[in-house]
Design a protein. Structure first.
Ligand SMILES: NC(=O)c1ccc[n+]([C@@H]2O[C@H](COP(=O)([O-])OP(=O)(O)OC[C@H]3O[C@@H](n4cnc5c(N)ncnc54)[C@H](OP(=O)(O)O)[C@@H]3O)[C@@H](O)[C@H]2O)c1
Ligand SMILES: *[C@@H]1O[C@H](CO)[C@@H](O)[C@H](O)[C@H]1NC(C)=O
Length: 361
């Protein structure tokens, strides 16, 4: 169970108390006035609302309640994108707590450092497999390998974590169709391709599908459309799959991490610099002229600065993925993020856009 950070709890409590005060006094007064006009008794309205809001405050402020754990012994998990970042750390973490891990590595056959490090575990429960999520052939080979190496293939595969992904940025008019397609090829079609290939094994285990989306799977942003498009797609796919899998006893969870760029390889300085060059060089001349180099450089500077920030410790992400895999009742969505990112997602997804657009854009 991942503990809620103190700051986030404090924010939640103050927000809830604020709501309770506003709605607890304002709304009952209004409703009581209506009751008075209708000639009905007043007190019950106030009591009801106060009770409802107390329950709401409690719900918001209570740390995650333990919901029972599944037996880890003998269960296997398949993770994509284990060369670096979340995937690499997750492979080690799940191995440590007793799972058999099939770690898909993009660069296994190219002597990738991450793959080598996992192979050096020399453990029966750590199996590294070559995997490009864009290749039907490699995905099918990886699934065959899993089938052949499961302790008991009749029991199936307990979980798949679709983690492999690439970063991308650039304003719409600077981004080529090629880029849109390449990004979704990995982040979206890769997730769907792998999920479809392993579902028969997962269904057999009545297991779990965990898809790594992003806060950018719920909210858009200037300069992030190629990435947002792919991650909104992951959210849509996961929601539909969740409904379909209910009948099979398979649970589908979505991770929406905030900014952990400093802790992984997804947005390195080199990647930002080379992408910025490509965007400017490949933009149509009239777009360059209309937007201007000053505007472009300001946007790139803002990106660089936000990408040098972010959380440096991936523990909250690992804890949430582990909860999705090991809890008897996993959540549909997990949002490991800084409090300010988390609040922003809540406001942008719940307030009318007329209000949230003014707050953030
Ligand atoms: N870090 C964040 O702030 C953040 C926030 C929200 C969501 N996410 C998501 O979290 C996931 C993991 O990213 P990360 O931050 O840990 O970045 P990362 O360190 O770059 O890890 C991504 C992994 O995916 C692999 N990969 C890339 N293309 C692949 C392909 N075609 N087939 C198989 N594997 C491929 C990469 O391999 P190579 O290194 O060999 O290319 C790398 O190991 C991604 O889906 C990302 O979108 C990250
Ligand atoms: C949008 O992206 C920029 C970096 O380009 C970041 O600084 C900002 O916090 C993001 N805003 C939202 C609302 O996600």
């Amino acid at each position: 169970m991942a503990p809620l950070p103190v700051f986030r709890v404090a924010l939640l409590v103050s927000f809830s108390v604020f709501l309770t005060v506003v709605l607890g006094f304002g709304l009952p007064a209004l409703l009581n006035a209506v009751m008075r006009i209708l000639g009905l008794p007043e007190t019950s309205v106030t009591e009801c609302i106060v009770l409802l809001y107390l329950a709401f405050v409690l719900y918001m402020a209570t740390p995650r309640i333990p919901r029972g754990l599944v037996e880890v012994e003998g269960k296997a998990v398949f993770i994509t994108g284990c060369d670096s970042g979340f995937g690499h750390a997750l492979a080690k973490h799940l191995h440590k707590i007793g799972f058999t891990v099939f770690a898909g590595c993009f660069l296994k056959d190219n002597d990738g450092e991450g793959a080598k490090e996992l192979e050096e575990f020399h453990s029966d429960r750590m199996k590294v497999v070559q995997l490009d999520v864009c290749s039907d052939k490699q995905v099918n080979q990886a699934v065959e390998f899993i089938k052949d190496n499961l302790e008991d293939s009749e029991r199936g595969l307990w979980a798949v974590v679709n983690n492999a992904g690439v970063g991308a940025f650039g304003e719409v008019e600077f981004t080529s169709m090629e880029t849109y397609k390449q990004v979704s090829e990995v982040n979206l079609w890769g997730t769907i391709r792998v999920t479809k290939a392993v579902l028969p094994l997962i269904r057999r285990a009545k297991g779990r599908v965990v898809n790594i989306a992003s806060t950018f799977g719920r909210t858009g942003n200037n300069s992030w459309s190629p990435y947002c498009v792919s991650k909104y797609g992951v959210e849509a796919f996961s929601d539909c799959l969740r409904y379909e899998m209910k009948a099979w006893g398979v649970k589908v969870s979505i991770l929406e991490p905030g900014n952990f760029v400093a802790a992984t390889n997804i947005m390195t300085r080199d990647f930002i610099a080379s992408t910025a060059n490509k965007l400017w060089n490949e933009a149509p001349p009239d777009v360059k002229e209309d937007y201007g180099i000053t505007h472009f450089e300001r946007a790139m500077a803002q990106l660089r600065s936000s990408c040098s920030g972010g959380q440096k410790d991936v523990t909250p992400v690992l804890d949430d993925i582990t909860d999705a895999i090991t809890s008897q009742r996993p959540y549909t969505r997990y949002s490991p993020a800084d409090p300010n990112w988390w609040v922003r997602v809540q406001l942008v997804t719940h307030l009318p856009s007329a209000i949230s657009d003014r707050l953030y854009f």
